[in-house]
Every structure is written in C-alpha cells, then in structure tokens.
Design a binder for this molecule. Structure first.
Ligand SMILES: Cc1cc2nc3c(=O)[nH]c(=O)nc-3n(C[C@H](O)[C@H](O)[C@H](O)COP(=O)(O)OP(=O)(O)OC[C@H]3O[C@@H](n4cnc5c(N)ncnc54)[C@H](O)[C@@H]3O)c2cc1C
Length: 469
C-alpha cells in the first residue's frame, strides 16, 4: 500500500483535507516515436523523426548525448561516406572555436613508435573526409571533434527540432503484446520512474537492449560459415568479440609527471591511435585493451574496472616515448569503448558478400545508407581488409524479424559479425538512424507498422546511394 499524507487546503473559510500520494508514482508519457539511446544512431533517428513531423521522446542513460562518440571519447569520424546530418553537425561545430578539425595522419604506426597520430590539417576540407576505399592512406582524412562540443551541438539540434530528450534516464523494461511494443519503463537518476507509450520504438542502445528485452532473437560472436555462407567465416561458431578500449585524454604540461611504480604495463597490445585538434590536447584510443568477451562473461562494470587498470598501464607505457614526455593525464572516458556485442536478427542480415560486392554487385531495392570502411577486426588474427568501393545497407537490416512496431538503428542492427566490423562507424550508424527515424515517423501514421512504409519513398528521402548521403 502506498504511504499517504494529508494536506489541509483553505477554501475560503472551509478546511478540506486532501489525500496525497507520498511515493514517486511513475510519470507517464506518450508520443509517436520513442528512441532508446542517444548515440550516433539515436541522434540521427530522433532528428529525422522530429523533422518529419513526429512527436518524439529520446531516452539516454548518460548525462549527455553522443554515446560512444562523446562519452567514450571516440570523437573521430574515420574517412568514409558521411550522411547529411553529419555534415550539418560538422557545419555547426565549424562555427565554434576549438570544436572540430579535418585531420590527416601526421605519424603512422612503426615498430619503434607503435602509434598513429591524426591532427588538424588546414589543407583539407570536409569533402575530403568522405572516401576511404580506393584512396591512398596519405590522402585519407578524418573529422576530429572535442567530445563536449559534439554533445552540445547534438543537444541543440534535437532541442530545435522539438525532441523531448530525457538524459540520465535508464531504460529497463518493456511491455509487449502480439509482436508490438506497448510501453517501456525507465528510471531517471533523480529517482523517478517513467513510462513511455509510442506508436513506434527505435532501439539505439548500441547493444540491442530494447530488442533483447522484447524477446527478439539476437546474434553474438562469430557466426559459423554455414549460417551466411561467408567466405571468411570460421567453420564453427566462436564467442570472439572485437576488443574493448578505454580512451583517455592527455594535455601538455611543464610539470614532469612521475608514474606510480605499481602501474603494470601488462595484458594489452602495445599500440595506440591518437587524435586531436592540435598537439595541446590529445585523445588516446587504447585499441586492443581488454578482450571483447569480457563484457558478456563478466558484465559491464567488471570490464570497465579492468579497462581502467589497463588504461593506467597504457599511459605509463605510452609516455615512455619522447613525443609524450611533456604530457599529463587529463581524464579517462566515463564510458567503455564497445565495438561489438549483441546484434539483432532482422528481415535481412548484411553479410561479407554484400560488403565485398559493393553497390555495383548488390541487388537490393531498399538501400538507405552507404559505407566503405575496411573489414576491421580488433583483437583477433584477422586485422584490416580494405574494400574496393562503397556498398549499401538495406532498410530491412533495421527491422527486427520478431516485432512489428520496432526498428533497430545502432551497431547492434542486422549485420553479420564480419559485416559489422565495417559498418559500425559513427557516420554510417547516424545515416541508419536517419533512415529509421524517417521510416518510424511514417509508420506512426500507419498504426506503427514498420513494414508498411513505402520503401521507394524512403530510398528517395535518403538520396541515391553515394550521392546525397
Ligand atoms: C574504441 C572505439 C574506437 C572507434 N573508432 C572509431 C572511429 O575512429 N571512427 C568511427 O567513425 N567510428 C569508430 N568506432 C565505432 C563507432 O564509434 C561506434 O560503432 C558508434 O559510435 C556506435 O553508435 P551507436 O549509436 O550504435 O552506439 P552508441 O554511440 O554506443 O550509443 C548508444 C547509446 O545508448 C545508450 N544506452 C544504452 N543502454 C541504455 C539504456 N538501458 N537506457 C538508456 N540509454 C542506453 C548509451 O548510453 C549510449 O549513449 C569506434 C568504436 C570504439 C568502441
């Protein structure tokens, strides 16, 4: 039974006792489209749905938007086809001081100095960042942002579009009946429960949390060759997942830092990928810091704790190189860098054959995003395999097979383990979010049925592959 208090109200000279509930009853919200997760995918989805006229709620557990791109400090867009929203974000950041640069590689990995370094390079423009496949490495450019600036621009854009953004709000449960999500339950860090009803839901949690809670089938680890007939797949399934990273930031200092003697440099690969607007402040991506399976076997908190210890060792190792002697540790990313976990079984699963065939060899009527990143596996023996050209990703990769009013727009969408190693990049995921948000807004007008969307209109709205995206 709920605890009640009594409030005495004065109405003229009459005293009226009013019963008040003293516990925090769940606040209830309803909307057309509800998005869980505010990373690259969730941002693209929320912006698209709101701009298409839908009433949108976005739920994010962190205190800022951007997900891996901001909270895990992965504020680097690798070269590759972007999407129109990414270009818009870049344009907004470029108007600010100390927020974004187009960067080129000023130091490449070599055994005696095993790190790559990318810094702002005024010779290049945003357009130079839009291709990887077929371009010599020395001409490839990326976009490097200050994480806090990126998060602020994303928030401003969603606010302007009228999205109701609930930060520090954790999704934890879902009500499903007859293949439809009816309602999700969340708890906000200030303690209140929130329930959200929507016509259409979009899972943008990265690790497909909403789809899993809704009972959708998922994939995890390496699929056996028999599953998708992929040439590079192993004969037998394995539990292997791409390695976890924990990024940290270093800044220039005049004060010599003496690392504590107990810091161990064991247990991780001695390499790094480093980027910054300039040499004053750098972000260090620790690459293969912790085995990816640790996340599933031991849980997020244990994986983060192990990564924290190893990141300290990584910095102790990195600063033995002359280029980093006059730097000090500024901060460690609050979020673990997760490249891979659960992926959803969708109406179509993107495979190695799609990625290698490229646009010319694919025959799908519903391509909504284009990518050209290498097949890029961290932590195993497979390494990086460059592509000859861009390939497309079908809308069906965003439709969970086991639900009707649900889309998935994050790295956990319908990709095989091998295909996911290429199309997990931030701008690709943002483009998929864009397509999902547009489709969800239309589906909301058709009783939430995401398969009732006019695919040719969606493809048109996203632009011809390789052109407007
Ligand atoms: C170490 C590392 C380096 C990388 N390097 C690059 C690179 O250089 N360039 C590049 O383009 N890509 C890179 N990537 C890939 C890219 O950053 C990610 O794949 C992409 O950002 C994933 O976007 P997402 O929207 O799927 O997930 P995320 O960005 O992780 O967003 C998911 C969001 O959902 C939220 N969430 C999860 N569960 C809940 C819940 N229960 N309730 C509420 N919110 C929830 C999370 O807090 C998060 O904000 C890298 C990835 C890693 C890990």
């Amino acid at each position: 039974m709920r605890p009640y208090g009594v409030l005495i109200c004065f109405f003229g000279t009459v005293l009226i006792p009013v019963m008040l509930s003293l516990d925090t009853a769940a606040e209830s919200f309803s909307c057309d489209v509800c998005i869980v997760g505010g990373g690259s995918g969730g941002f693209g989805a929320a912006l698209a749905a709101a701009r298409a006229g839908a009433d949108v709620v976005l739920v994010e557990q962190e205190s800022r938007l951007g997900g891996t791109s901001t909270s895990a400090f992965v504020s680097n867009w690798e070269p590759g086809p972007g999407c129109s929203y990414a270009e818009e974000v870049y344009g907004r950041l470029a108007q600010e001081v100390n927020a974004v640069v187009v960067a080129s590689r000023v130091h490449t990995y070599r055994p005696e100095e095993p790190y790559g370094l990318c810094l702002g390079d005024g010779r290049f423009s945003y357009a130079d960042t839009l291709q990887r496949a077929g371009k010599p490495a020395e001409e490839q450019c990326s976009v490097v942002m200050r994480p806090e600036a990126l998060a602020a621009v994303m928030k401003a854009m969603l606010d302007e579009a009228g999205v109701r953004v609930f930060l520090e709000t954790v999704f934890h449960n879902v009500t499903v009946s007859r293949r439809r999500i009816r309602e999700i339950s969340c708890v906000s860090k200030s303690g209140g429960d929130r329930r959200i009803q929507a016509e259409v839901f979009i899972d943008a949690t990265g690790g497909a949390e909403l789809c899993r809670k809704a009972g959708c089938e998922t994939l995890l680890g390496e699929e056996p060759r028999s599953r998708f007939n992929e040439p590079s797949a192993p004969e037998e399934a394995t539990a292997f997942l791409n390695a976890l990273s924990l990024c940290y930031r270093i800044v220039k200092t005049d004060v010599l830092e003496i690392p504590p003697p107990e810091v161990s440099s064991d247990g991780f690969s001695k390499s790094a990928f480093i980027y910054g607007l300039n040499m004053d402040e750098l972000i260090v991506n620790t690459l293969d810091l912790v085995a990816g399976e640790t996340l599933v076997n031991n849980g997020y908190e244990a994986a983060l704790a192990l990564a924290g210890k190893r990141a300290a060792g990584h910095w102790a190792w990195l600063r033995t190189y002359p280029a980093f002697r006059d730097y000090t540790l500024k901060d460690v990313a609050p979020m673990l860098g997760i490249r891979e976990s659960y992926r959803v079984v969708t109406d179509y699963i993107l495979t190695e054959q799609d990625v290698r065939a490229g646009l010319a060899g694919q025959n799908h009527p519903d391509l909504v995003a284009v990518a050209d990143h290498a097949l890029d596996i961290h932590g195993g023996s497979q390494g990086t395999k460059e592509l000859k050209g861009p390939y497309g990703i079908p809308y069906r990769c965003l439709i969970p097979r086991d639900a009707d009013n649900l889309l998935v727009a994050c790295r956990g969408a319908g990709f095989s383990h091998i295909a996911a190693s290429s199309c997990r990049l931030s701008r690709t995921i943002m483009a998929l979010g864009h397509a999902a948000g547009q489709a969800a807004a239309w589906a909301a007008e058709k009783d939430g049925d995401v398969r009732a969307v006019d695919v040719s209109l969606l493809v048109q709205a996203m632009g011809l592959p390789g052109e407007k995206l």
